[in-house]
Design a protein around this ligand. Structure first.
Ligand SMILES: Cc1cc2nc3c(=O)[nH]c(=O)nc-3n(C[C@H](O)[C@H](O)[C@H](O)COP(=O)(O)OP(=O)(O)OC[C@H]3O[C@@H](n4cnc5c(N)ncnc54)[C@H](O)[C@@H]3O)c2cc1C
Length: 418
């Protein structure tokens, strides 16, 4: 049996940050990360399309916390201790300056996630953190005399006794660890995906693949789900920030209907039936002989306008001064509330995350320690915390990892190792 002071299960963003923080705060402790895979920080590598969207340039805890469909309240206090400004400073002090893009996303100035990985690996190594790869924890249980027992692997299993454990295993899947935690009294909210794009089979939608519309209001009738922002047409339906945000807020509701629902799109969020009618009237007077399909209004992309005109039943070449009232009303309706049937989802290639995980009621967010199992801390996506797209998920991993790392190191009496 190997004895360690702090065992970190999971070599992802949260696990590394927790391990480094603990080892730097209390250099005499023996901190070991056990990682199931062949390499650590795999998601950091692929994140943000290989650029790693490290955090978001939102430096006030309250507005920052509103970007989390799950975990907002718990994170509010956590962000008062470690928030994006601290993340920026942390990386900058360690030779990784970040830059902010116009939409607030922050990346390393190198635009390369390897810079972030190299920094985390270097910090861990210099702080004496040990890393064990290909080391899946299969058994975890408290030891009556104190601390935790972990068994790694099934054949030739290696056994570890740790005084404190940080569980940072990422998005949930059922398995030995989840059963063990449930037996200890932890509630695990069932995992469902968040941050996904919508499948829409309408031919005209797919024909517009590649087209971006800068500002669209998207909503799901019969729910409170509503978002405004850029929408992107894809080969299988719709994507873009407004769709991803809607998927995050609706992760559970949309899973319950198996991703089959009506999506309403208001292509001109600032307009209403009256202003649309006025604009049509002005166009009728100023350009009476022009074909409706060749007169895009409201600064809509011409290709989208043409499709909406066709969908409204307006014939090719039909002119403004010929447009019957019922077709004008139909076009206005399409502009203000196109309804499209969503038939499924795809994961977003640049960022996805799971909704669900360890119930936050059971976690003390000052220390990230379990309220039902002392000496067991949690950080990152393993918790029922997730953010919208834009760097908020990594920020939650850094913040919770940092809080757990400090708490584990505090008042720590190192065990003698054998
Ligand atoms: C393609 C993609 C791109 C993304 N891009 C961004 C982005 O740009 N910005 C952003 O904010 N978020 C992004 N995210 C989300 C972000 O990656 C996660 O929120 C974040 O990685 C969570 O960190 P974590 O440490 O909690 O979990 P993870 O990064 O998932 O790490 C958990 C680790 O635990 C290991 N593990 C699991 N079980 C065991 C076990 N039993 N024993 C030992 N090890 C175990 C896993 O192998 C894994 O390495 C992206 C996600 C994906 C999938």
């Amino acid at each position: 049996m190997e004895n360690v002071d702090i065992l970190v299960i999971g070599g992802g963003a949260a696990g590394y940050f927790g391990a480094i923080t603990a080892a730097q705060a209390r250099p005499s402790t023996r901190v070991v990360i056990v990682e199931r895979g062949n390499q650590p920080l795999a998601k950091v590598r692929v994140s943000g399309g290989g650029r790693c969207n490290v955090t978001h340039g939102c430096f006030e805890p309250r507005p920052l916390s509103t970007r989390y469909p799950r975990g907002a309240r718990a994170l509010l206090s956590a962000f008062s201790r470690f928030q994006p400004a601290d993340t920026v400073r942390w990386f900058e002090e360690r030779g990784v300056p970040l830059k902010t893009e116009p939409d607030g996303r922050m990346f390393p100035i190198t635009d390369d996630s390897e810079t972030v990985i190299a920094c985390l690996e270097r910090e861990a190594r210099n702080a004496g953190v040990e890393l064990r790869l290909r080391s899946p924890v299969e058994v975890l249980r408290p030891v009556p005399s104190g601390g935790w027992f972990a068994k790694i692997g099934t054949s030739n299993a290696h056994e570890i006794h740790a005084k404190r454990v940080l569980l940072a295993t990422g998005g949930w899947r059922s398995g030995a660890l989840s059963t063990a935690l449930e037996q200890l009294g932890h509630e695990i909210l069932p995992p469902v995906p968040s941050l996904f794009t919508f499948h829409i089979n309408e031919r005209w939608v797919r024909e517009l693949a590649g087209l971006a519309v800068p500002k669209v209001e998207v909503s799901v009738p019969g729910t409170k789900l509503r978002e405004t922002g850029p929408v992107l047409f894809t080969h299988w339906g719709l994507s873009g920030p407004a769709i991803l945000r809607l998927s995050a807020w609706g992760a559970r509701e949309l899973a319950e209907v198996d991703y089959q629902f009506e999506l309403r799109l208001k292509w001109i969020p600032e307009q209403n039936a009256e202003t649309v009618a006025q604009t049509f009237q002005r166009t009728r007077e100023s350009q009476p002989g022009k074909a409706v399909e060749n007169t895009p209004l409201f600064q809509l992309p011409a290709r989208l306008w043409e499709q909406l005109v066709v969908e409204a039943g307006i014939e090719p070449g039909e002119r403004w001064n010929q447009l019957p009232r019922n077709k004008a009303l139909e076009l206005g309706d399409r502009l203000l509330q196109t309804e499209l049937p969503v038939t499924g989802k795809s994961m977003h290639k640049d960022e996805f995350v799971t909704c669900g995980g360890i119930s936050l009621k059971q976690i003390d967010f000052k220390t990230m320690e379990s309220r039902v199992s002392s000496g067991l801390h949690f950080a990152g996506e393993v918790l029922d915390v997730d953010g919208i797209t834009g760097g908020f998920n990594f920020q939650a991993a850094w913040t919770t990892g940092w809080l757990a790392g400090h708490a584990m190191a505090r008042d720590f009496n190192p065990l003698s190792t054998t």
